[in-house]
Design a protein around this ligand. Structure first.
Ligand code: ZN
Length: 264
């Protein structure tokens, strides 16, 4: 899938978690719902850091371009080192290491650790990166027409304001309620965003090796996906005319559920 559909599905997925949490008596304070949805929308672009044409690889200027090159090399090396006889030879790292559940969990754990050890500045850094990505993904038309610096400014002010909103409510202590566990939840939308990205890619023609390193038959990088006739090409009309409105509607309904509109 392309950036906008990835981001929108990420936001919708977190709102879905919000609805499920409300049903299970762990309702999210609104800042957690909103901030989590934005983080998840941004995190849903992150796996494509292994592709130099992707939004995330262009979002932070030379820093993300360099990071993209490194990520591609590490991914390719991991592919070569761990492939089984049934995995085909390939020439680059796109849709390998960063498109797995292992990567998703590592990234989420890393973010929670940064929030734990880094305090407010750690949280601000995580918010800034993901807000810039969320703007690039959700408002891609506007983001494309404005300068990078403007988007970074928006990300920085947004991060500052949202961190305040989390601080001044009990939004920072959702789910992990013991003293000192504030912001531990911040890794969850990051794991979810990565996984949602992989599922979105799995629906496309080439599939996604999300289960690595669990071997399936003679392959360790088995491209998971539905039966061939149900798959579509990235950026096709199915994605734009069918999936995008579905994500939008599902996210809206889930948000209402998360805020307790349906009673209970
Ligand atoms: Zn991808």
């Amino acid at each position: 899938m392309m950036g906008p559909a990835h981001s929108l599905s990420g936001a919708a997925a977190w709102l879905g978690v919000g609805a499920a949490a409300a049903a299970l008596n762990h309702p999210m304070p609104w800042p957690t719902l909103v901030v989590g949805a934005l983080i998840c929308a941004g995190a849903a672009l992150a796996p494509d850091l292994d592709h130099k044409a992707a939004t995330i690889s262009r979002a932070f200027g030379p820093i993300s371009r360099t990071l993209c090159e490194v990520t591609d090399k590490i991914s390719y090396a991991t592919y070569k080192a761990t492939r089984k006889a049934g995995d085909p030879r390939r020439s680059g790292g796109h849709r390998t290491l960063t498109h797995t559940w292992v990567w998703a969990v590592l990234l989420g754990t890393g973010a929670s650790a940064i929030a734990w050890f880094g305090g407010r500045w750690g949280v601000l850094a995580i918010l800034f990166i993901h807000l810039v990505l969320a703007v690039e993904g959700l408002l891609w038309r506007q983001a494309r027409m404005s300068s990078d610096v403007l988007v970074w400014l928006l990300g920085a002010t947004g991060a500052w304001m949202l961190a305040d909103a989390l601080d001044s409510s009990n939004g920072k202590g959702w789910l992990f309620t013991h003293p000192g566990q504030q912001y531990l939840w911040i890794g969850l939308p990051i794991v979810l965003g990565s996984i949602v990205h992989c599922l979105g890619d799995a629906l496309t023609v080439s599939g996604c090796p999300v289960l690595w390193p669990i071997p399936i038959g003679r392959r360790r990088w088995y491209p998971i996906g539905p039966p061939k006739p149900m798959r579509f090409r990235a950026g096709s009309w199915v994605e734009i005319k069918v999936l995008t409105p579905v994500f939008f509607a599902a996210g809206g309904l889930a948000a209402l559920g998360a805020l307790g509109v349906f009673g209970g």
